[in-house]
Write a protein of this length. Structure first.
Length: 115
């Protein structure tokens, strides 16, 4: 368990590097009324969710990042209809947090990163 907690802390520190890019992307998503629930998907392999905003090869980082939304997660059955209200309740204020869906060696999980 302690090893997982350490890996999670290390992961969160890695993700903070992308904060400014994510804040800008979230602002665009919100002001263009794309979604009230932006989700940034962090992954290291090819996935079919969202639109790419950071490629690890070009950024010399460890992560590919795609911009997505609650609506896309629902349409792709990643968040089923019966869980939408629960997701909205758990979703944190976009003025203070970024919603990340991180696919890593620890599994797939939502993380809310403070801006």
């Amino acid at each position: 368990m302690a090893e997982d907690a350490e890996k999670l802390l290390q992961l969160e520190n890695e993700l903070k590097v992308y904060r400014n890019v994510l804040i800008k992307a979230q602002d665009i998503i919100m002001t263009k009324d794309v979604s009230k629930y932006p989700i940034f998907v962090f992954h290291q392999h090819a996935i079919e969710v969202g639109i790419p905003i950071v490629e690890k090869k070009k950024s010399k980082g460890n992560w590919n990042i795609h911009a997505s939304s609650l609506e896309e997660f629902h349409s792709k059955s990643l968040i089923p209809s019966e869980n939408i209200d629960k997701f909205k309740e758990a979703y944190k204020d976009t003025d203070t947090h970024l919603c990340l869906f991180v696919i890593s060696e620890l599994g797939a999980q939502f993380i809310f990163l403070e801006q």
